[in-house]
Design a protein around this ligand. Structure first.
Ligand code: HEC
Ligand code: HEC
Ligand code: HEC
Ligand code: HEC
Ligand code: HEC
Length: 220
């Protein structure tokens, strides 16, 4: 009886040791580290969006195998060629079938997904892409203000080029197939950047933040 008890205790202990030593796995597309549950500490989830049913690296199935890598990466098509509302409005927008057909009337017309694209075009039926990013309704966000943000010398604040500005928030989209969510989209993520990006201090003036952190800037 006593011997059995020690055996079970030893077994339980060795399982525990294995769990602790298990290396954390990293999600390739988002860089988010999934720890084995035994290494979880309460602070881990403070900047995690699971409570809002949004997850890092969220990557839903899409109706067509569209690849950002092929278009924005290999072919270097500018982000705003397709997401053309970004500089004019709050939303970036998803390209219409017409935008795709501007090229695919001529490019790879024999490929199966392009035939599908052509069929949507002929039937005037939009492609129903599944939305990846979704802020809660009580948050105000505008693409336009972020794309325009410049320092006092007139340089873009969030990246050297327009495409880099997009990727400051959306991550390495040029290496993704269909888009996946890279940023946590949490309040901490927004506020952290708003606090960090400052007009550098001079001898006469302290560093000034460009972006406000008052509650009513982001909340209705
Ligand atoms: C500016 C031109 C351009 C636009 C706009 C464009 N594409 Fe493409 N697309 C290309 C080129 C070029 C290729 C071929 C790349 C290759 O084969 O190396 C391609 C390839 C593809 C492929 C792969 C086809 C295969 O051979 O399997 C798919 C799918 C595709 N595009 C979907 C789309 C969709 C959906 C849109 C609209 C959201 C779109 N493309 C908009 C230029 C474009
Ligand atoms: C990578 C840095 C960065 C991130 C991340 C970021 N912002 Fe900003 N935001 C800025 C900068 C810089 C400005 C200042 C733009 C200007 O006024 O030129 C700004 C301005 C704003 C403004 C406009 C303020 C005004 O003056 O009207 C709002 C609203 C805003 N951000 C909301 C958000 C929200 C909501 C998020 C998160 C979902 C977010 N931002 C994430 C950098 C960032
Ligand atoms: C400051 C961070 C930031 C920058 C810079 C940024 N985005 Fe976004 N993007 C977001 C956030 C946050 C959302 C979610 C917005 C929502 O749910 O209302 C989003 C949503 C989107 C969406 C889907 C919804 C929509 O607005 O149509 C697309 C597409 C998109 N971004 C593309 C881009 C492109 C292209 C660029 C560069 C031209 C860019 N983004 C620059 C933070 C950013
Ligand atoms: C040839 C057209 C094209 C180009 C160029 C392009 N995109 Fe997209 N983008 C799409 C399409 C189509 C979708 C919808 C399918 C998907 O989610 O992948 C999309 C989706 C997205 C989304 C997710 C939107 C959502 O649902 O929340 C983001 C973010 C995004 N693109 C960013 C970028 C960035 C950043 C670049 C430049 C590096 C870029 N895109 C270049 C066509 C394009
Ligand atoms: C730069 C933008 C920004 C500013 C400034 C900001 N918030 Fe938020 N806030 C967000 C975003 C984005 C979310 C949604 C994501 C989340 O739940 O973290 C949010 C969520 C919240 C929530 C809901 C949290 C939850 O888990 O449901 C509360 C409450 C809140 N904010 C209060 C405040 C207060 C109070 C201030 C001022 C001290 C403030 N916010 C300033 C962007 C901002």
């Amino acid at each position: 009886m006593l011997q059995q008890f020690w055996f079970l205790l030893l077994l339980a202990l060795s399982i525990l040791v294995c769990l602790v030593l298990m290396p954390p796995s990293t999600d390739q597309s988002s860089g988010y580290q999934y720890k084995p549950f035994i290494m979880w500490t309460p602070g881990d989830h403070v900047n995690d969006s699971t409570q809002n049913e949004v997850t890092y690296g969220y990557h839903p199935d899409q109706p067509l195998p569209f690849s950002h890598k092929l278009h924005a990466g290999d072919r270097d098509i500018p982000c705003q060629f397709c997401h053309s509302s970004a500089s004019k409005s709050t939303v970036a927008g998803i390209p219409t079938v017409e935008t795709c057909m501007g090229c695919h009337n001529y490019v790879n017309t024999d490929a199966e997904p392009i035939k599908q694209l052509k069929e949507s075009f002929d039937k005037k039926k939009p492609i129903e892409w599944t939305r990846v990013h979704n802020l809660p309704h009580y948050v105000r966000f505008s693409h336009q203000v972020h794309l325009r943000a410049r320092d006092s010398k007139g340089e873009l604040l969030l990246g050297k080029t327009a495409d880099e500005v997009c990727m400051a928030c959306h991550g390495p989209v040029k290496e993704m197939t269909t888009a996946s969510q890279y940023a946590p989209l949490q309040m901490g993520w927004c506020v952290d950047c708003h606090n960090r990006i400052r007009e550098p201090a001079t001898e006469s003036k302290a560093a000034v933040p460009f972006a406000p952190v008052n509650c009513n800037v982001c909340h209705y």
